[in-house]
Design a protein around this ligand. Structure first.
Ligand code: GDP
Ligand code: ZN
Length: 387
């Protein structure tokens, strides 16, 4: 099987780092360090306390030990903009980390400060969903929640509420569109996803025929993107189509040293020929659903809005009197499937946090006990509704 490749013309940029996402905002952030003679650069790979940085003076290798090493959230990460020493042999030193606009964080506990940063300064989260099998809307909701939890740098520090504006912009790409030969059928699938993800761009794409690739290239031509999705969704194929060549293979060949061994200098951040930047790290590839509760709330905003009108503040929308969510289902305004997905995702998210956090685990247990004591009669009534 051969795939379409789109190697667009390189745009003409004024600053040598523009193709890596350098803009006036970064220029302003960097001004004080420019005054000290440091070089700006973007981290394209991190390993063992060192990182590879692209600078206007070429690629350099740098030590990160000067950047607050005790705070895991401030560990230098792929996607970061940094200031490095202007000269000297490699490794040099990363002197400062510019404030992040967004970050993908894997929470290892409910305390944000214990998170692991996977990628930073991301503008677009491209959620890849294959059309090869049956479309799983619940899975799309799950990835959307995750995309929305890619929080703004500020939110990371202050635990503030996240919003569509502050975080990365999600987009759903339905891959392998060539496997749905019927155009009308395809448009129904797109509509289904659009209903599940209100306000989110949904784009069917085929790497095989090239359909939709031009729109995708244009969508990611500004800012930094990541591809998320299940294994087999077609992410690598799309990445190669966006890059216009089999970069991973090409790099592997180039990095072969004289003795025929691979030296690992593969970049996790690449400038796209059609404009824009792609981040692809092993950590992101294996992404599941982490601490994405705020994201879940945004994906199901209509349920959260309804819930504000429930009679009880802590209404579980099971059998409580005066429940606005159940009323909406009865009135046909809210599909029952949406509420089921919402519950499932909230439960799952809570479970994942609980697995790593004893305090949350204890809270959940208390909650279960309280509900068990007060809710047995309610459960009886509920049985008719939720099997
Ligand atoms: P990843 O695990 O998400 O990186 O998925 P891959 O890019 O490795 O693709 C998984 C499989 O789907 C591979 O066998 C690809 O050849 C196939 N595939 C990818 N894109 C397309 C497409 O547009 N059409 C078809 N028919 N197959 C595709
Ligand atoms: Zn309710």
């Amino acid at each position: 099987m051969s795939f379409f490749s789109l190697a667009g013309p390189s745009s003409s940029f004024s600053h040598p780092l523009a193709s890596y996402g350098w803009d006036e905002g970064w220029e302003a952030e960097f001004a004080p360090y420019a005054g000290q003679g440091f070089l700006p650069g973007r981290v394209v790979r991190v390993d063992r306390g060192q990182c590879d940085v692209v600078t206007s003076a070429g690629a350099v290798r740098a030590d990160t030990e000067f950047v607050v090493p005790r705070d895991p959230m401030k560990v230098v990460c792929t996607g970061d903009w940094v200031a490095v020493d202007p000269e000297g042999g490699d490794p040099r030193y990363v002197r400062t980390l510019l404030p992040r606009r967004t970050a993908f964080v894997r929470s290892t506990s409910s305390k944000r400060s214990d998170g692991q940063v996977l990628a930073t300064n991301i503008d677009h989260v491209v959620i890849c969903v294959s059309l090869a099998g049956e479309l799983d809307l619940g899975r799309i909701e799950r990835f959307l929640a995750l995309a929305l939890s890619a929080s703004s740098g500020e939110a990371l520090l202050h635990k503030s509420a996240l919003s569509w504006e502050s975080g990365a912009q999600p987009m759903v790409v339905l891959t392998k569109a060539d496997l749905v030969p019927d155009a009308v059928g395809l448009s129904y699938l797109v509509q289904d996803v659009e209903t599940t993800a209100p306000g989110v761009t949904v784009l069917p794409v085929s790497a095989l025929t090239g359909d939709g690739l031009d729109v995708l290239v244009a969508s990611v031509s500004q800012g930094t993107s990541v591809l998320l999705g299940q294994s087999g969704a077609g992410k690598s194929t799309l990445a190669n189509a966006l890059l216009g060549e089999d970069v991973m293979d090409v790099q592997a060949t180039r990095d072969m040293d004289g003795k025929g061994r691979h030296t690992t200098t593969t970049r996790n951040l690449l400038a796209l020929p059609g404009g824009g930047v792609l981040i692809d790290t092993p950590g992101l590839r294996g992404v599941g659903l982490w601490d994405a509760e705020s994201g879940v709330g945004q994906v199901f905003s209509e349920i959260e809005e309804l819930a504000e009108r429930c009679r009880f503040h802590d209404c579980a929308h099971g059998s409580e009197p005066g429940c606005a969510v159940l009323a909406a289902i009865d009135a046909g305004d809210l599909p029952e499937r949406r509420l089921e997905s919402y519950r499932k995702l909230m439960r799952e998210n809570q479970w994942i946090v609980a697995k790593t956090d004893a305090r949350v685990r204890a809270e959940i247990k208390r909650d279960w006990k309280r509900k068990g004591a007060q809710g047995r009669a309610a459960m009886e009534a509920k049985r008719g509704r939720w099997r």
